[in-house]
Design a protein. Structure first.
Length: 296
């Protein structure tokens, strides 16, 4: 499968995100109005969740635009880490929204006399939101996987969390309509837990990437093999990796015959670097250091 270019990624991200913006604007307005009219705290919580999706979409658009900037005097490696920062913002946003939902729902459960019966329109709105969000998730995830963007994957699963929350909300509203009024705030509380958990996971992963966490062992092994199989490379050591958005930066010491000239050693290191860039499309750059070694 060919590696998507940065232009392809930017265009796909912009198109899918604007579709998400339109869907979330409509859903937020409908859910909020219906939630207030039908006295459903769960539906209002779901509307707030949709609003957080809307804010997240604009964060993604901002990061997508800035991450495509070329390297400059202040950012020698480019601006790809805007994607990591955006994922951190998205995760933090979800975590805060989830805590807010939990706090509000717990207040209602502690004062059951304040829980009002829900009107039936809330159930139809919740079911419509469920279908819309699930379709949006499937579309956004397909785009994210095609262009291989972790930021878009995070935003797609954000949409899936909304679909799951709408299912819980529909069940809570249904229970309320059957006379179990306390199920509406319980549904809102469950939504808060789901949102908070997903937010923590996204924020934690993004923070680790911003702290130069190494890539997975399988990727490292593949890069090691490519370097070791380079002609005239006697060995490698001190291989280090770190994330730069969805791309990888590599540092490595390449061992060559100590009797070779500086020019010969340099040419071998250049070849090793180029082989990694050619065979591993997600590697942005390889910094090589040539070390002398005894030829066995």
């Amino acid at each position: 499968m060919p590696n998507p270019t940065s232009i392809d990624k930017q265009a796909a991200a912009k198109r899918s995100t604007w579709i998400s913006v339109v869907v979330n604007v409509v859903l937020t307005a409908i859910q909020l109005v219906a939630g207030v009219f039908a006295h459903s705290q769960a539906l209002i919580a779901d509307a707030i969740h949709s609003l957080s999706d809307l804010i997240a979409d604009f964060v993604v658009l901002f990061a997508n635009h800035h991450s495509q900037k070329d390297a400059d005097a202040d950012h020698h490696y480019g601006h790809q880490r805007y994607e990591n920062a955006a994922s951190l913002v998205l995760g933090t946003l979800l975590l805060v929204v989830g805590i807010g939902m939990l706090w509000s729902a717990l207040g209602k459960i502690q004062h059951p006399e304040s829980i009002a019966p829900v009107k039936s329109i809330a159930l139809w709105v919740a079911l419509g939101a469920l279908v819309s969000k699930e379709l949006l998730f499937r579309y956004m995830l397909a785009v994210a996987e095609r262009v291989r963007s972790s930021m878009l994957v995070a935003n797609a699963w954000h949409a899936r969390s909304d679909a799951a929350s709408s299912l819980v909300v529909a069940l809570g509203i249904g229970g309320n309509l059957l006379g179990y009024h306390f199920l509406d705030p319980i549904a809102a509380m469950i939504v808060g837990l789901m949102v908070g958990k997903m937010g923590w996971r996204f924020a934690w992963n993004a923070m680790n990437d911003l702290m130069d966490r190494a890539v997975d062992e399988a990727t490292i092994s593949g890069i090691e093999q490519t370097l070791s199989e380079t002609p005239d490379v006697l060995g490698i050591h001190a291989l280090k990796t770190r994330k730069m958005g969805d791309l990888i930066l590599v540092d490595v010491h390449v061992e060559v015959d100590r009797t070779m000239s500086v020019e010969q050693g340099h040419n071998i290191a250049v070849l090793a670097r180029q082989r990694v860039l050619n065979q591993h499309s997600d590697v942005l750059n390889v910094m090589t250091h040539v070390d002398p070694a005894d030829k066995k």
